[in-house]
Design a protein around this ligand. Structure first.
Ligand code: B3K
Ligand code: ZN
Length: 922
């Protein structure tokens, strides 16, 4: 909607539909310039709703004809809505026929029916089906679909839609047709069609229950050699969902199709998943370990939606996390189960938490903060957020923590028993979990637990411990609070499962015995916090322990504990919980960064103290820890995560602090990096398994550090090796790590290595995206990145219309390179505003994502803050903005943020407690 006042949709305004649609027959005459769509529906009035006209959603459609029971029928338009008033009374079903046309080749929004590489694809979630035909385009209207596709046979030999192929044949003039019938009722957002020149990797599988299925992965003809991993991931997904949750594949045929023009990562259309090529195509030469992992988890994610999303769907879009949070949780569990060893599982958990903190915590602290179940939206596409997905997954994980793995499976069983085939709410899921576990803390605390769905913001748990040697007791005081968020100044206490242990002086877990307990327990215990403040007293504690809190990141909260550096070093050396062991190292790094940021003046060249460096060396040289875990511990906290801890953010200074810390680590551990690189650089024939991927990651970090150290020492050996590696590596992970080590250390060989890379991969779009992205994320040297980004946009391989390419350049710069983007001359912001406006005319969803690069503007230090506000205001002043961008910039401008202050006043939101002089300092 671009005219008049944009309409806000509110959760509490939900009303059931006035009509049901039982079945739909769609016939498409596919033509890029003008596709004709005949829609024959059987509808009936909903007897539970007072009689009213039928209002069918539409968007940019060209209406030719409406027929009721075979007769022309009167209608009127209310904006884009088709209104039919003279329909039969009573609840007898009637047939409506609507004939429309649409223009796929003009569809740059990539919602509805669009072209990609000359082939037809669709994207209907959330509200794209209304761009294909007039419909009750809402998830609680579920119908049976029969779809006939007609098209030129030579140009579009493959014709696909949901369900089973029931008929196919020739038509006059070189055309052909295919008819598909989907036996499962579904909401319109799960409809899909694909037509084009595609080839498939096929695999027949038999599941545990003995049923047979055909799995297909469709790609463009040259890409078949990059589909093996996607197929393997799909097979693993089918087997895992059956084994872990007893959920079988309910279709004879399950198809995955890849397109290179896609707004999202993938889409779970029933039986016909459509994927961004990024999450399908991989071979060792073109895809990194990270790509292999992402393919496995996105293939899993979309497949798991078949039950959590498709069989049981959402009543309305406010319930989005019902399917997304649950399905992210399931894909995270799938990846952990596939990773196998406890260490590999912990690595996956740590990576998930890094992502949550880098993206969701800032979202919860910014203008777009919203509860896991939002209360209102202007544009639903803006609410496919990390809060709905990743925080939603943490909420689901807390159910499992509270009721146990078995209890969680029981809850899932009951959820499907009650709701299979229905469109339901987050309350229904919560109730099933509680009812299946009537004696659990969850059942007792359900109304309070559900605050996780209604209150936005990241809660803070403050912990204070006191050891009483005489009484042999340890008292832990835990207080929770939650910052105000837009529209929610006050928060009530959450239910917070806090997994914890007490680490003794020898590094082992002490037995845990709360004062009212008869016996002690070994290892960890989960405390369930429900009050603003809770005091726990542990007895029979023989020596002063170091508390290890929030083990495994048992709740999506920030922990504020006044650890001394010595205590953190103790946890880093010994914690039996790998997550907290890693976390202790991160907290040491974070404190040091915050301490440096609190002081004005030049950043010291050697900011880290010996004990911290020695502790990191000990991890790096550790004889039994896995390489993947070492790589995570040795990676300093990210600039975004550090910024998140501050009330006033100076991105340049944060970068300078991180740079100084990293350079010292590079220099002080030079011999150790060399050792680590040599130990891990040869991983043999490529397989994406966690052990060899971990070794490549550690070798990559070591090479990065060695090139960084070479910059200061003048050494040419390691940059030379990096160049060779960028040239000859047998897989993309090693090649890209080497190229990035050269580029990030600013070595003169970087230019040549980049040129070579381009020549090698100019015909591989996904590899080329990496080439673009690497340059847009490069360290800023004298303001050179922005001009470089502008140059990249002139490159013949650049196109703003292709979302992957736009993301690889524009997003990499605006979202992924804070020190280059936040320029004192505001040129980064001018560039951002220009691109948001330009993209908005092409693809509002992509534009709105870019618009969010300015979410944290109100906490910026001057001169960034005023310049950022001005740029946002310039976008907001544009007439005819899409609802997508309008919502993001309006919310941003409503922020007031912290009082303006220079970098010298930078203050930590959770200020570190100054260490006593005799304690170790990081
Ligand atoms: N459900 C889709 C998301 C579609 C995005 C719509 N703007 C992918 C997923 O979460 O599985
Ligand atoms: Zn999803």
């Amino acid at each position: 909607m671009r005219e008049g006042q944009p309409a806000v949709t509110r959760r509490l305004d939900y009303a059931p539909p006035a009509f049901w649609i039982d079945s739909v027959e769609l016939t498409f005459d596919l033509d890029p310039a003008k596709t004709r769509v005949l829609n024959r529906m059987r509808l009936r009035r909903n007897p539970d709703v007072p009689a009213q006209p039928l209002r069918l959603d539409g968007d940019e459609l060209n209406l030719s004809r409406v027929m009721l029971a075979g007769q022309a029928c009167s209608f009127r338009m209310d904006g884009e809505t088709l209104v039919l008033e003279n329909l039969p009374e009573g609840t007898t079903p009637f047939e409506l026929e609507i004939f429309t046309t649409c223009y796929p080749e003009k569809n740059s929004k990539l919602m509805g029916l669009f072209m990609s590489g000359g082939d037809f694809f669709t994207q209907c979630e959330a509200e794209g089906f209304r761009r294909i035909t007039y419909f009750l385009d809402r998830p609680d209207v579920m119908a049976t679909y029969t779809v006939t596709l007609r098209a030129d046979k030579a140009r579009y030999p493959v014709l696909l839609s949901n369900g089973n192929l029931t008929d196919a044949g020739e038509l006059p003039e070189g055309r052909h047709f295919a008819t598909w019938h989907d036996p499962h009722k579904k909401p319109s957002y799960l409809f899909a069609l694909v037509a084009g020149q595609l080839v498939a990797r096929e695999q027949r599988i038999a599941t545990r229950s003995g049923s047979e299925h055909l799995l297909q992965v469709y790609v463009r003809p040259g890409d078949l050699d990059k589909t093996e991993h996607a197929m393997n991931s799909l097979i693993h997904s089918v087997l895992w969902d059956e084994a872990r949750f007893g959920l079988p594949l309910d279709l004879e045929r399950f198809m995955v199709v890849a397109t290179s023009d896609f707004n999202a990562g993938a889409m779970e259309n029933k039986g016909l998943n459509i994927f961004n090529t990024k999450y399908v195509l991989a071979k060792p030469a073109t895809a990194t370990d990270g790509d292999y992992d992402a393919i496995e988890s996105v293939i899993g994610h979309e497949y798991f939606h078949n039950w959590t999303g498709n069989r049981v769907t959402c009543r309305d879009w406010f319930q989005l996390s019902l399917k997304e949070g649950l399905t992210v949780f399931r894909d995270q569990e799938f990846s952990q189960d596939l990773a196998g060893t406890p260490s590999a599982r912990a690595v996956k958990r740590i990576q998930d938490v890094i992502n949550l903190r880098a993206a969701q915590f800032p979202e919860d602290a910014g203008p777009m903060a919203h509860p896991v179940r939002p209360d209102e939206y202007l544009e639903i596409s803006n609410f496919y957020t990390t809060t709905i997905y990743e925080k939603g997954a943490e909420v689901v994980r807390m159910y499992q923590t509270l009721v146990g793995r078995e209890g969680f499976c029981k809850g899932m069983d009951l959820y499907f028993q009650r709701h299979d085939g229905q469109a339901v709410t987050c309350d229904d899921f919560a109730q099933a979990m509680a009812d299946a576990n009537p004696d659990s803390d969850l059942a007792r605390l359900l109304p309070q637990f559900k605050r996780w769905y209604s209150q936005a913001g990241t809660p803070v748990v403050k912990a204070e411990g006191r050891y009483d040697g005489a009484a042999r007791s340890y008292t832990l005081t835990l207080s929770q609070s939650c910052p105000a968020t837009p529209g929610q100044p006050q928060k009530a206490p959450f239910v917070i499962p806090l997994r914890m242990g007490l680490v003794g002086p020898d590094g082992r877990d002490l037995p845990l015995q709360l004062e009212h307990w008869q016996h002690a327990v070994e290892g960890s215990h989960t405390v369930v916090l429900t009050e603003a403040q809770t005091t726990l007293t542990f007895i029979s504690v023989d020596a002063e322990p170091v508390p290890s809190l929030l083990r495994g990141f048992s709740a999506p909260v920030e922990l504020d504990c006044d650890y001394s550096s010595a205590q953190l070093l103790h946890l880093l050396a010994h914690d039996s919980d790998p997550f907290n062991r890693w976390e202790a190292g991160q907290q040491l790094g974070l404190r040091k960064a915050i301490e440096l940021l609190a002081h004005a003046g030049d950043v010291p060249t050697r900011p880290l103290n010996d004990a911290y460096v020695a502790a990191l060396r000990a991890v790096l040289r550790h004889p039994t820890l896995d390489a993947a875990f070492k790589e995570l511990v040795l990676t300093l906290p990210g600039e975004d995560y550090i910024a998140e801890q501050l009330d006033v953010v100076d991105p340049q200074r944060i970068h300078a602090v991180c740079d100084a810390m990293e350079r010292q680590l590079a220099a002080d551990l030079r011999d150790d990096w060399q050792w680590a690189c040599e130990q891990n650089e040869h991983t043999g024939a490529y397989t994406p398994d966690p052990v060899s991927a971990g070794r490549r990651a550690l070798a990559g970090l070591a090479l990065h550090m060695l090139c960084l150290a070479a910059r200061d020492s003048g050494d040419t050996v390691w940059p030379g090796k990096a160049y060779q590696r960028a040239k000859d590596a047998g897989n993309m992970t090693d090649r890209l790590n080497a190229l990035s080590a050269l580029l990030y250390s600013g070595h003169e060989l970087a230019g040549r290595a980049l040129e070579r890379f381009y020549r090698l991969f100019k015909d591989e779009p996904l590899a080329l995206d990496k080439w673009f992205s690497l340059q847009a994320r490069a360290p800023d040297r004298g303001g050179n990145v922005l001009p470089q980004v502008r140059e990249l946009m002139k490159h013949p391989d650049f196109s703003l219309r292709n979302p992957n390419r736009a993301r690889s350049v524009v997003f990499s710069y605006c979202h992924g390179n804070p020190a280059a983007f936040h320029r004192r001359d505001a040129a980064g912001y001018v560039y951002w505003a220009d691109r948001v406006l330009e993209l908005d005319t092409l693809n509002p969803q992509v534009a709105a994502r870019l618009a969010r690069a300015m979410d944290a503007w109100a906490r910026l230090a001057e001169p960034y803050r005023s310049a950022a506000r001005e740029a946002i205001a310039r976008v907001a002043a544009q007439a005819n903005l899409s609802n997508d961008v309008r919502e993001v910039v309006t919310r941003a401008l409503a922020e007031t943020g912290a009082p303006t202050a220079g970098p010298a006043d930078a203050e930590a939101r959770t200020a570190p407690t100054p260490d006593t002089p005799d304690e170790a300092h990081p």
